[in-house]
Design a protein around this ligand. Structure first.
Ligand code: FAD
Length: 390
């Protein structure tokens, strides 16, 4: 197989270490071998390739930044970003599974969990023996999760949990769920809910036109008795949930780049091969304009990701900086996927090429982890000091 083509117009590879490049090429090879040949069929059937969970564990895609003593990879933030980039080059749904496990399940257990919780869950999450999900969004509270209705009451040796969560990635097959709910004083805490607990169910959401190779569901809690040792002791309030989202949104910024690079390369190759009016369509100025703008967008997004990763390595990246990157890069990827689909003409709407699948997937990526407009308002609040979303 030929090497994956990947635009690097500003020679950004010079900014990467040997370890970064090693991680990237290992994940890229894995995606080429294990995801690209099968994912279109799974997406057409609206099925998650569940066998990939173990394989993601084997290549170290779960918890790459978690310390090695807990089974994580002990890698830096750039390595994590490059991993999500390569996985989303294959499919945004597969990347969603990995983002949730790493940033929304392993990260909160590592950051807010007790030592016993870390040792009990993190190594098994790292290998893929356990799969997790993250329950924040509710049917009546999406962009405003602080309004959540899920709640628990303290009993002698357990918490009694009631409520529901909607749009939860991995939910139908997850072994554990990090669930954000209010105590009887209305304070938000995080509970680790395990499959098999009585009153806990995870119905699947069907009929999605986007992220079809990812499984999405509800979390329903009817008088679930959650043992007291399953509360994350150091997670307090929405700010703890938002810290998890910062991790995931950072990975999404890189992931969207992967989808964009794939669409760009497919369109570039197609434009050089497709003959109309006795010439390759790449010879027409309008097609060149599309390709030139795609490359410009990708190059800008690559620089953004790299700098954000370096700031994150120093623990200096702010929520607003992460919002800017998530919003910019997903919008950029959507634009590129749409233009690539145009370049492919009729072929662009088929599963013969990955472009339409990326385009449909990115519609969800633009909505989840904070919508495009909510990220704009987070930036607006950062600029003016006035939150307009409240
Ligand atoms: P709403 O909040 O109802 O928003 C609808 C529209 O109103 C949007 O355009 C929004 O921008 C706009 N809007 C809302 N408030 C304002 C405002 N103040 N000012 C201007 N515009 C506003 N959640 C989880 O907790 N865990 C998951 O694993 C997870 N996975 C998901 C997977 C998929 C495939 C999808 C689609 C969603 C997932 N989500 C998950 C939920 C996701 O985070 C929410 O869909 C998202 O936060 C938006 O919430 P909502 O859908 O309720 O839309």
């Amino acid at each position: 197989t030929s090497p994956v083509e990947s635009p690097d117009f500003y020679q950004l590879d010079d900014l990467l270490t040997a370890e970064h490049k090693l991680v990237r090429s290992a994940v890229r090879d894995f995606v080429r071998r294990e995801i690209c040949p099968i994912v279109e069929d799974y997406a057409q059937r609206a099925e998650f390739p569940v066998h990939l969970v173990q394989k993601f564990g084997q290549i170290g895609a779960f918890g790459p930044t978690i310390p090695t003593e807990y089974g994580g990879g002990g890698l830096d933030q750039i390595s994590y970003g490059l991993m999500t980039q390569e996985i989303e080059r294959g499919d945004s749904g597969c990347r969603s599974c990995v983002s949730v496990q790493s940033s929304l399940v392993m990260y909160p257990i590592w950051a807010f969990g007790s030592e016993e919780q870390r040792q009990k869950f993190l190594p098994r999450l790292a290998t893929g023996e356990l799969l997790g999900c993250f329950g924040l969004t509710e049917p009546n509270h999406g962009s405003n999760p602080g309004g959540m209705e899920s709640n628990f009451i303290e009993r002698s040796d357990y918490y009694l949990l009631n409520g529901s969560k909607l749009w939860i990635t991995n939910a139908p097959i997850a072994d554990i769920a990090i669930v954000w709910a209010k105590n009887d004083q209305g304070k938000i805490r995080a509970l680790l809910v395990e499959r098999g607990m009585e009153g806990f169910s995870t119905p699947e959401i069907h009929n999605k036109w986007s992220l079809r190779a990812s499984t999405t569901g509800e979390l329903v809690f009817q008088d679930v008795k959650v043992p007291k040792e399953n509360m994350l002791p150091d997670a307090f309030g929405l700010k703890s949930a938002l810290k998890c989202l910062d991790q995931a949104r950072y990975g999404i910024s890189w992931g969207a780049l992967g989808a964009a690079m794939e669409c760009y390369e497919v369109a570039r190759r197609y434009a050089l091969e497709r003959i109309q009016f006795s010439k390759p369509i790449a010879s027409f100025q309008l097609v060149q304009k599309k390709l030139a703008e795609m490359l410009t967008d990708i190059t800008q997004a690559q620089l953004l990701c790299w700098r954000l990763g370096m700031l994150k390595n120093e623990d200096r990246a702010t929520t607003a900086q992460i919002s800017l990157a998530k919003r910019n890069n997903v919008e950029m990827a959507l634009r590129i996927a749409r233009e690539a689909r145009q370049i492919l003409g009729g072929m662009g709407i088929t599963g013969e090429f990955p472009v339409m699948r990326h385009l449909m997937n990115l519609e969800s990526v633009s909505t989840y982890e904070g919508t495009h407009d909510i990220h704009l308002l987070i930036l607006g609040a950062d600029i003016t000091g006035i939150p307009a979303y409240k």
